[in-house]
Design a protein around this ligand. Structure first.
Ligand SMILES: [Zn+2]
Length: 119
């Protein structure tokens, strides 16, 4: 039992869904931007090429971070479906509403999180 009522669950779920949607929009925008840069690279000087390459690298790095974040959010949302959302994945205790409000994607209770970070 995660100790959350329906209202709290609905709030946390909508927070996760909003983040997921914002991330999806960002990923689309990044893809569109990277496409434009790739076209420009053909016509620019060597110095500009280096800059374009750097920008492409940054865009790719951001995209990678986005993808990782997206996996975390989707995983958290999937746990609403099997009813395990809000339970610590390690010890099974409730993660707690105040912690989830700050980090709705949290998978561990504060005790297990602290222990995991120490190792
Ligand atoms: Zn725990």
């Amino acid at each position: 039992m995660n100790g959350l009522d329906q209202e709290q669950l609905a709030l946390l779920k909508s927070m996760l869904e909003r983040r997921r949607d914002a991330l999806a929009r960002q990923a689309d925008a990044a893809r569109a931007g990277a496409g434009e840069l790739a076209v420009e690279e053909v016509e620019t000087s060597p110095a500009d090429k280096a800059t374009v390459r750097l920008l492409n690298d940054l865009a790719q790095e951001a995209a990678g971070h986005n993808a990782a974040q997206m996996r975390i959010l989707k995983r958290a949302l999937a746990r609403f479906d099997d009813g395990s959302y809000g339970d610590c994945e390690q010890c099974g205790n409730p993660i707690g509403f105040s912690r989830l409000q700050a980090r709705p994607e949290a998978r561990l209770c504060i005790t297990c999180q602290t222990r995991a970070e120490r190792h």
